[in-house]
Design a protein around this ligand. Structure first.
Ligand SMILES: NC(=O)c1ccc[n+]([C@@H]2O[C@H](COP(=O)([O-])OP(=O)(O)OC[C@H]3O[C@@H](n4cnc5c(N)ncnc54)[C@H](O)[C@@H]3O)[C@@H](O)[C@H]2O)c1
Length: 437
């Protein structure tokens, strides 16, 4: 029996040890999923605070209950560490590290390189390595595998490699981890088979594609599809503004068509680690092949302009009230990039606040999920959403539609409201005070 055949047998028996590098929004739920399926799981994380929290049974991710972490730790099925030597003991290693953009908006694969270097130093026959970080087509084949082959061990014979994109959607309570099909593409048919076996233990459906490049492209198609359709919704919002129409009414009515239409909503701009970033991975790769990804460029331009459009509309609304932006008291509702999460990554609220502050506005904010935030002028704290604070603001700007906020009260107490999320859609009284995106 070869070492990889032996791995297949151990996976069937759930006797294999699973490693996860990077215990963030993606890696932690995955690690817990394997632990709950009965595997022994080792998590590897650079951030010492996260390692400490997990070792003490504390979760730092809203969707992951501390009680489940504590139980897995107690039962010896999950341990987090900053010591990467334990990688040698893992039969399967999932890499879930960040893939941001550089300042010049090019892919920053340095986190992947660091993780794979850590694996290379401990690589041994019989291991399966799976990259889960979103990245451009070819990363697994052209970057990940060559580093591992530098050991002299042979891909597909001594060790296996696959790409399996993540589809985690923070704060989505509709779908549990296992209900969302998992896509897998291996470097060889055996690699695909082994990676499928791993994921069949924690996902109801595993979808295989013919290569790691194809699996990488699947993820980029999914996120590019979203970015482009949000771009369309944003442009339709700008068109409706010129036409004097309510974009939300138009979109809601169009969405009653039972086929051939999918609802996307406009907003103050794109946020999160994925949608604003991932399409640039694809356009960067295509540029290297002398191909211009025009849809991506256009959507990036439209979506990227939304915070400026929102800031300009704030100025126009203040102007209607004979007020200047300079010195105006603006209360922002929502700092996180989307409803009911605390994630600030790429949040358009940060851009809108920066633009308004640059023009001299006195901006305060309320966000039940974000008690404080680092802004250019220092740390800002979420204020209490008191009746007095609402009444004192020259303008209340809703940038995130958190469910915990009472929008009836916001509209009742505020002098004027600019709602970029249609959060006030069910408010009955005082609608004349609300200007919608
Ligand atoms: N957040 C999402 O909703 C989501 C969804 C699908 C895919 N993804 C993709 O998954 C990947 C991870 O995203 P995330 O949201 O989990 O990021 P994250 O920042 O929440 O977590 C990444 C973790 O990896 C750690 N880390 C970085 N380099 C490391 C290294 N070399 N060794 C060990 N730990 C390291 C960081 O400290 C961090 O805790 C990205 O490629 C992202 O695009 C994210």
């Amino acid at each position: 029996m070869t070492r990889l055949q032996e791995l297949a047998r151990r996976l069937d028996a759930r006797d294999a040890r699973i490693g996860v590098i990077g215990l963030g929004y993606v890696g932690l739920p995955l690690a817990l999923g394997f632990a709950k399926a009965g595997f022994r799981v080792s998590g590897f994380e650079l951030d010492g605070e996260k390692v400490k929290a997990l070792s003490e049974g504390r979760s730092y991710i809203e969707d992951v209950p501390s009680a489940e972490i504590a139980q897995a730790v107690r039962e010896g099925r999950f341990a987090a560490s900053g010591d990467f030597d334990g990688l040698a003991d893992c039969d399967v290693i999932n890499v879930c590290v960040p893939t941001p953009l550089t300042k010049t908006k090019d892919p920053d694969v340095s986190y992947i390189v660091r993780a794979v270097e850590d694996i290379r130093k401990r690589l041994r026959p019989g291991q399966l390595l799976i990259l889960g970080s979103t990245t451009y087509p070819g990363t697994t084949h052209e970057l990940f595998v060559p580093i591992l082959e530098g050991t002299g061990l042979q891909l597909g014979v001594d060790f296996a490699v696959a790409f399996a994109p993540e589809r985690i959607d923070p704060a989505n309570t509709k779908f549990a981890l296992r209900q969302v099909p998992k896509v897998v593409g291996g470097e060889t048919p055996l690699c695909t088979e082994l990676a499928s076996k791993v994921y069949e233990s924690i996902f109801d459906h595993v979808v295989t594609v013919s290569s790691s490049q194809s699996a990488e492209m699947v993820k980029l198609l999914e996120n590019t599809f979203r970015a482009i359709n949000i771009g369309l919704a944003n442009e339709v919002a700008l068109m409706c503004d010129r036409l004097g129409l309510d974009v939300w009414e138009v979109i809601d009515a169009a969405a009653t068509k039972p086929y051939g239409f999918m609802k996307f909503e406009p907003g103050p701009g794109l946020g999160g680690h994925c949608i604003p970033v991932d399409p640039s991975y694809l356009s960067w790769k295509m540029k290297s092949l002398n191909f211009s990804a025009r849809f991506i460029e256009l959507a990036t331009e439209i979506n990227g302009h939304m915070p400026e459009y929102v800031a300009q509309t704030v100025a126009d609304l203040l102007n209607e009230d004979r007020l200047a932006v300079n010195g105006a008291d603006v209360l922002v509702l929502g700092m996180a990039y989307k409803a009911n999460v605390s994630d600030l990554r790429e949040s358009p609220s940060l851009d809108v606040i920066r633009l308004l502050s640059q023009k001299g506005a006195q901006v305060s904010y309320h966000d039940p999920h974000v008690p404080e935030v680092e802004l250019q002028g220092g740390t800002a704290k979420s204020i209490e959403l008191s009746d007095e604070a609402l009444a004192a603001a020259d303008l209340v700007v809703i940038l995130t539609n958190h469910a915990a906020v009472d929008y009836d009260r916001v509209v009742a107490k505020a002098h004027r409201i600019y709602d970029t999320r249609n959060a006030t859609r069910n408010v009955k009284e005082g609608r004349e005070k609300v200007r919608k995106l």
